[in-house]
Write a protein that binds this ligand. Structure first.
Ligand code: BGC
Length: 783
């Protein structure tokens, strides 16, 4: 025994002295194959040390080797890097503040989001950051979630493709993205403990789907495991989520980092497939302890360290020393992005775009005009390199004919001050056009807190209504990262949703107000008429630390459609200064197999007088399904630039996954034979073209049989049918007093007791059909 121990020590010493340096040189040359060997020879202490970071933002280096430390920090609407590494929020380096995800999503512009991602990647390179924490692709289940501004949409496909574009852009610069918050982080109330109770189909079709799309398309270097629990298990300790789904089903190759402080039991998390606990600090001894007690296997520990090292070495090899990004160019991109995100919600009469030609007085009201909201509150807050102030930008591009005046309109505090309103009303009555800048104050939309209602501050609602009494030409510009109610909607001429669109929003608003940019954003989430209409209303934010996703897959427009509910503005809605026509929808075939692809083409044209961009949306409706499906589901979209009079033919390819739903019984995406409608529209409620295709399912999905499977399920099963036949025949004979039976006994029995679980036959058969026989049948049926 002693000799063995000595030999082991000798071997380790030789390894460290001679072999390790060679391996080290090789792995730092990025020979990934050697990482396995390298890790298998690391000491337990070193492996344990690599399971958590060094401090708030960096990973632990291996001092004796060439394994470096890497810098991981926030995102996602720009780089947020603190100049100190041992704390949350001090001394943030300046970076371009791009539109938040909620705003970017309303651009529906994949190319733009990729460009923004690329610019953020460049800023990371200049600041020596290897991984940026984003994008946030959680679904907007409730409009009240305090962090909705950090997320894209209520729709998984829109969130997935836009998130993928962002990851593609960032990673094109040799910087990793960390996809967050995996998964079901859909509320801030009790976010660190809440237990999300959701069925498998809902999880796969709605909440996991954006992550799946992004992982499969872009392989983000990292995924961040969320704080909450899912069906009883914390995300960081959830091996179903991190191993079965993320790695086995989707093929994820990077590492999983915990959300900051999300780990409750590090060994359990490592075992479940989480790799890196953040923030770091002193080495966590629980790993060594769990290993020594046999609660954490060497295999799991090694795998975990390997995943981190692979990315660490990759990111280190892609560092660009002395890289500098172009601040002015990034600001210009931020302006282009912001204007692409603006959604024109209402434009009656001819107030917009504002003409520069005539001598008119423009009254600008609202503190946001001088101090715009650029982003939401919390860990995503960027320190902007510069800020475009809307009031200044409007004056800058308005020309000499227009005269401007300003009134504060509402106090900073959310109280109605009639004197402040009176001043604004006075200014409005002496103006030709009034632009009111309104929106949610910063403390309404911030990480850590959910909103309690959908209303704007009472002071702003009162201001708008009172101004609208004295002024016909009222334009409202809104700053908000998630839906608000608009009790004054019918009293004003125009409403423009500026969202939380980053440091260049001031210029972007000016561009759209004067028509230098034609608005082309569309809503990435439904604006309900009232909070009570929202599908999660009765189950948000839950009780006793549990929240039931009882609306299942009917989230956002999937619910409003199904219930035929009127909304304030539907999903996918947005106006333009021009109009678009759709025609000539063609399908490559009217009947396909589910293994075929379907080419969908149609023509979209600009039938107005201004150049403009149109967001086209393609939905699918499944007519017949064994499971309840939404009236329509978004499957594809594109943003098309069109000159006046120009038209373009567009083509989209649909395949298996576009027709499939997630069948929890067989645990797979399943297409069922039947007719599907292909819907092409300008919004979810403005479908312009539709055509039917018949899809034939080629695969027969067989659900495993259990003792609780129904008799009709046994008789429908290819093997189960054979196995149950003698049992049913015997029963039929005994029912009929052992007489010969006319007709098919199986059919007859099925008609009468088809809905009975097979296990009941054990009791009713009085000993002739035993539990052992049933168990044997189950084994044979599922072989
Ligand atoms: C947030 C993450 C963020 C992290 C680091 C957490 O509280 O949930 O989104 O990336 O802090 O700041």
């Amino acid at each position: 025994m002693r000799l063995k121990l000595k030999l082991r020590h000798l071997f380790t010493a030789v390894f460290l002295a001679y072999v390790m340096p060679v391996l080290n040189a090789q792995i730092t040359n990025n020979k990934a194959d050697n990482i396995k060997l390298f890790v298998s020879n690391m000491s337990l202490g070193d492996k344990a040390a690599l399971c958590s970071g060094k401090d708030f933002w960096t990973t632990r280096p291996l001092e004796w080797s060439k394994i470096p430390s890497i810098y991981i920090t926030d995102g996602p609407n720009g780089l947020r890097k603190s100049n100190i590494t041992n704390g949350f929020a001090q001394d943030i380096v300046p970076a371009t503040c791009f539109p938040t995800a909620s705003a970017l999503a309303s651009s529906w512009n994949i190319k733009l989001v990729e460009e923004v991602g690329k610019a953020i990647g460049e800023e990371c390179q200049e600041n020596n950051v290897q991984i940026i924490l984003g994008p946030g692709v959680n679904i907007k289940r409730s409009p009240l979630c305090g962090r909705n501004f950090e997320y894209y949409s209520e729709d998984p496909v829109l969130s997935g493709y836009l998130g993928a574009a962002w990851v593609r852009g960032v990673q094109s610069q040799g910087v990793g993205a960390s996809l967050k918050h995996f998964a079901c982080s859909n509320q801030e109330s009790n976010r660190m403990t809440v237990n999300v109770i959701a069925d498998k189909r809902t999880l796969h079709e709605i909440y996991l789907r954006p992550f799946e799309i992004i992982v499969k398309l872009e392989q983000p270097w990292s995924v961040m495991a969320s704080y909450n629990r899912i069906n009883g298990v914390f995300s960081c300790e959830n091996s179903w989520l991190l191993k079965d789904v993320l790695r086995k089903q989707w093929g994820f190759k990077g590492f999983v980092v915990s959300d900051w402080g999300a780990v409750n039991n590090l060994p359990a998390a490592i075992k479940a497939g989480m790799n890196l606990q953040m923030p770091g600090g002193p080495v966590d001894r629980t790993i060594v302890d769990a290993y020594d007690r046999g609660r954490l296997s060497e295999k799991d520990l090694n795998q975990s360290v390997e995943d981190v090292l692979r990315i660490t070495l990759k990111s280190d090899s892609l560092k660009k020393e002395n890289f500098k990004y172009d601040r002015e160019q990034h600001h210009r991109l931020a302006r282009k992005a912001a204007s692409d995100c603006i959604v024109l919600l209402k434009n009656e009469g001819s107030v917009l775009p504002i003409s520069r030609d005539s001598n008119r007085k423009i009254g600008i009201i609202g503190s946001f005009a001088k101090k715009p909201r650029l982003m939401g509150g919390g860990s995503s807050m960027v320190n902007p390199t510069m800020v475009d102030v809307p009031y200044d930008e409007i004056k800058k591009i308005a020309g000499d004919n227009l005269l401007f005046s300003f009134s504060e309109g509402y106090p900073e505090k959310d109280t109605v001050d009639q004197r402040v309103i009176d001043k604004a009303v006075n200014l409005a009555s002496g103006s030709d056009i009034v632009i009111i800048f309104a929106g949610l104050p910063e403390n309404y939309e911030t990480e850590g807190v959910d909103r309690l209602h959908l209303n704007l501050p009472a002071s702003q609602n009162a201001l708008i209504s009172q101004v609208a009494i004295v002024q016909k030409n009222v334009i409202i510009v809104l700053f908000n990262g998630s839906p608000v109610t608009m009790p004054w909607l019918s009293e004003v001429e125009a409403v423009m949703l500026a969202g939380l669109s980053g440091q260049a929003i001031g210029g972007a608003i000016a561009d759209v107000l004067f028509g230098d940019v034609n608005p082309s954003g569309k809503l990435a989430e439904t604006y309900p008429l009232k909070l009570e209409d929202n599908p999660s209303y009765l189950n948000f934010p839950g009780e006793d630390q549990e929240v039931f996703y009882s609306e299942r897959v009917f989230v956002g427009y999937r619910y409003y459609d199904m219930k035929n509910l009127e909304t304030l503005f539907p999903f996918g809605y947005g106006l333009s200064y021009t109009s678009f026509g759709y025609n000539n929808l063609k399908l490559s075939s009217t009947s396909i197999k589910d293994t075929d692809s379907l080419l969908v083409t149609f023509r979209v044209g600009n039938i107005g007088e201004r150049a403009g961009n149109e967001v086209v949306q393609l939905y699918i409706l499944d007519y017949e399904c064994t499971h309840q499906r939404p009236v329509k589901e978004l499957k594809a979209f594109a943003k098309v630039e069109l000159a006046p009079g120009e038209s373009r033919q567009l083509g989209f390819v649909f395949s298996y996954e576009d027709f499939a739903f997630y069948n929890p019984v067989v645990n797979a995406w399943v297409v069922e034979t039947g007719d599907f409608e292909i819907l092409v529209g300008a919004s979810s409620q403005d479908i312009r073209l539709m055509k039917t295709v018949h899809v034939d399912a080629t695969k027969k999905w067989i659900a495993p049989l259990t003792r609780y499977s129904l008799i009709k399920e046994w008789t429908a099963h290819p093997i189960g049918r054979e196995l149950i036949a003698p049992v049913l025949n015997g029963m039929a004979r005994s029912f009929s007093g052992n007489q010969d039976i006319t007709g098919n006994p199986v059919e007859m029995i099925n008609r009468v007791i088809g809905d009975m679980p097979i296990i009941k036959l054990v009791g009713f058969s009085q000993g002739s059909f035993t539990m052992e026989m049933l168990n044997q049948m189950i084994i044979e049926a599922n072989e």
